[in-house]
Design a protein around this ligand. Sequence first.
Ligand SMILES: CC(C)(COP(=O)(O)OP(=O)(O)OC[C@H]1O[C@@H](n2cnc3c(N)ncnc32)[C@H](O)[C@@H]1OP(=O)(O)O)[C@@H](O)C(=O)NCCC(=O)NCCS
Length: 436
Amino acid sequence: MNNNSTFVNWFRDSSPYIHAHRHRTFVIYFGGEALLDDNFKNLIHDFALLNSLGIHLILVHGIRPQIDNALKKSKQSSQFQNSLRITDKHTLQCVKESAGLVRVDIESLLSQGVANSPMSGAELRVVSGNFITAQPLGVIDGVDFQNTGKIRRINNTAIQQQLDLENIVLISPIGYSPSGDLFNLSAEQVATEIAISLQAEKLILMTEQSFQSATGELIAQMTTEETKQFINQESQLASSTQHALKSAIHGCQSGVKRVHILNRLIDGALLTELFSRDGIGTLISSTQFEFLRSAVLSDIPGILELISPLEKKGILISRSPEQLEINIADYIIIERDGLIIGCTALHPIKNSQMGLIACLAIHPDYQKSARGNQLLEQLLKQAQQKSFTQVFAFSTQSMQWFIERGFSEQEATQLPTHLQATYNPLRNAKVLRKQI
Ligand SMILES: CC(C)(COP(=O)(O)OP(=O)(O)OC[C@H]1O[C@@H](n2cnc3c(N)ncnc32)[C@H](O)[C@@H]1OP(=O)(O)O)[C@@H](O)C(=O)NCCC(=O)NCCS
């Protein structure tokens, strides 16, 4: 029974994400290392599930370890310059072999449909092709990169046609030139340029590691500026991870809405990231993911959604959309990834140098992380700027919270005259006051 209700709750909680992701285009990159892992079949099952949920998938695979193995077998090695492989004639042969083998392996795994397996009944259609036109990287600082290439053009119309038919598009890091030459490309760059060119909803780069802060916690989000600093500070980053982070910055700066960096080694990372509130990876965005700002009229539906459950419980006084509209300039909010997760207001009290703090709420999923404090601090700053001498708050269940932040309790009968009109004795809220 307990397990059953956990499952039901989990499934219900996922439904907003299922609706939101349907018919969206996701570009997912994973390195050649993924194919060498016993868990790769799980990742394939997850791709199949995403496809079944109506997500338009473009999979871009890497082939670095496969090229290294092929070179090793023939007792050869590659030369690198600035962590980029120089693709000479022999290496190019290894690139062709590796790309062919990896592609066929992925196609065969995606074609499974054994009864009682997670792929049963999936009947996926996978399409690969010459979607990328490339050109030589050329000679840089006197070094000829030979058949290492860069992307010249992406045939996004052809890719889109395949997505519209609900086919999974599988792309190898290889580009073709009009003169019939073949070029070895960076798979991360291929994924990023495709995401930019198709204006994909998400670019997901699966790397071989997670990113931790100095205190050992997962870094859940970084702006592009923070990502640049992170690359400069972290001397231990694998070069493939550096490629991924640099691609993420480029993707964000070129209009991809969301770039997620996920640790491929965590089984189920993709599903957790896409179908749970806080995910498991690092989200890179060009602007701050969560920020505090003044409210505007278009925030009213979001504010109402946040405060309605508290109004129903009598914790906050009920406000109509019209009241919010009239006083919207008094409100500040915390926006996180497009959702309003916190709000409060400082209403000036007529004919006085005093203010009333009202409508303070933090979404239950985001409480206890100093967000309430952050809103209060901001209001106290505003009160100071407006030369208020004191601020008040009415509270039925949070008086202790205010007291711990320097407020003191006061009798309702001693309220300033203009505030007495807004105080409802039937509600019997505690009156809290703070000197500015
Ligand atoms: C009150 C509220 C805004 C605090 O937001 P928050 O972001 O969780 O607050 P902070 O992270 O800054 O502070 C967290 C601390 O306050 C404590 N706290 C939270 N709610 C409290 C309450 N109602 N009374 C007393 N202490 C409270 C927490 O236990 C925590 O203390 P701890 O770390 O010592 O355990 C939030 O709990 C909320 O939205 N509550 C429902 C609405 C409400 O009561 N609004 C006030 C109307 S006047």
